[in-house]
Ligand binder design. Structure first.
Ligand SMILES: Nc1ncnc2c1ncn2[C@@H]1O[C@H](COP(=O)(O)OP(=O)(O)OP(=O)(O)O)[C@@H](O)[C@H]1O
Ligand SMILES: [Mg+2]
Length: 316
């Protein structure tokens, strides 16, 4: 299988944002990354996907200079990334690192100072980011007394306090409640819209589909999908009829031998339609047997593309 790419910004001569080119890295005889190439464009929120053990954290650690790859390069705006550039980036590692005894607000101020803000600037921005992430009232609480999800939000605040131009987050949405997911989505969207380069890894594919314009997916260390979410979904050439049905009666389905069931939950049936099947005829057949509460003609979901790409086993 070749890498399916809808758009490959990493291929243009000077990429305006982060460009990963041919990055390989092994731990002993385990190849964690194999010739991975993709780009993250400023203003284009990008999701990094892949099954457990695919190599996402390893790749993010290469981007951050924590690991030196065996081969390949990482550039930003066409130039090799140096330590002094990375110091200005916002980074949240998968293994969290907060000081448990420090008060929440002071922690964010401390990280702001580490990134070169004056104390005054750091205090102002710490208040703003803790407000954005729903933690304003916990400013004076010791970190160890915060719940897991609150510590996660605090960690995000420490990564964003200095208004970094490049934001790299490893599973920032893991463990957050839906309100915090909405707060963080808004915060990242605003930064991306103002021209920041944002890359984050996630297993929440519905969220990535809504939030990200671009994705890169790795599996067993290989890049298997890269480019625009919309283009990748359209590139499959597949139309899916989504039906919300009042009953589980499927007796009408065998009339359409070319139609494949791609999802069958209690009330939602998803069918992949061949080009010569009229969705309205299928809809009418269902309506003749059961009440149809909702329906739509859609592209395959990112989640389906993910499962299909992962089923192929990674290596091209
Ligand atoms: N320090 C290390 N030493 C040895 N092997 C490692 C090390 N770090 C990662 N690996 C291996 O590299 C592969 C990729 O791991 P990585 O942590 O990058 O995956 P991931 O995509 O982030 O997975 P997850 O979704 O579970 O976080 C795995 O097989 C892992 O066991
Ligand atoms: Mg990981």
């Amino acid at each position: 299988m070749s890498v399916q790419t809808a758009r490959r910004p990493a291929d243009v001569a000077v990429h305006p944002g982060l460009a990963v080119r041919g990055v390989s890295h092994a731990f002993g005889d385990r190849q964690a990354l194999a010739e991975v190439s993709f780009g993250v464009t400023p203003g284009v929120m990008t999701g990094l996907l892949g099954p457990n053990g695919a190599g996402k954290t390893t790749l993010l650690r290469v981007l951050l200079g924590v690991l030196t790859p065996d081969r390949g390069s990482v550039t930003f705006a066409g130039r090799p990334v140096a330590a002094e550039h990375r110091r200005r980036w916002g980074y949240m590692p998968q293994e969290r690192g907060l000081y448990p005894a420090m008060r929440a607000g002071e922690q964010v101020v401390y990280f702001g100072r580490l990134h070169g803000l004056t104390r005054r600037e750091a205090v102002v921005r710490a208040h703003a980011i803790l407000g954005d992430l729903g933690l304003a009232e916990r400013w004076a609480d010791r970190t160890s007394t915060l719940s897991g999800g609150m510590q996660q939000r605090l960690q995000l605040a420490t990564a964003l306090v200095h208004e970094p131009e490049v934001i790299v987050l490893d599973e920032p949405f893991a463990g957050l409640d839906p309100l915090a997911v909405a707060d963080l989505s808004r915060a990242l969207r605003a930064r991306s819209a103002s021209g920041c380069t944002v890359l984050f890894s996630s297993h929440q594919l519905d969220l990535v589909q809504d939030l990200c314009e671009d994705i890169a997916m790795i599996d067993h260390g290989w890049a298997v999908l890269a480019g625009s979410v919309a283009d990748l979904r359209a590139a499959s050439g597949e139309r899916q009829l989504r039906l919300h049905l009042a009953t589980t009666d499927r007796s009408w389905l065998p009339r359409f031998p070319g139609v494949t069931v791609v999802g069958d939950l209690a009330d939602e049936l998803r069918l992949a339609l061949p080009a010569d099947v009229d969705p309205l005829v299928v809809l009418d057949a269902a309506r003749a047997v059961t009440r149809v509460d909702d329906f739509g003609l859609e592209l395959p979901t990112l989640s389906q593309l993910f499962v299909r790409a992962a089923d192929l086993g990674g290596r091209p």
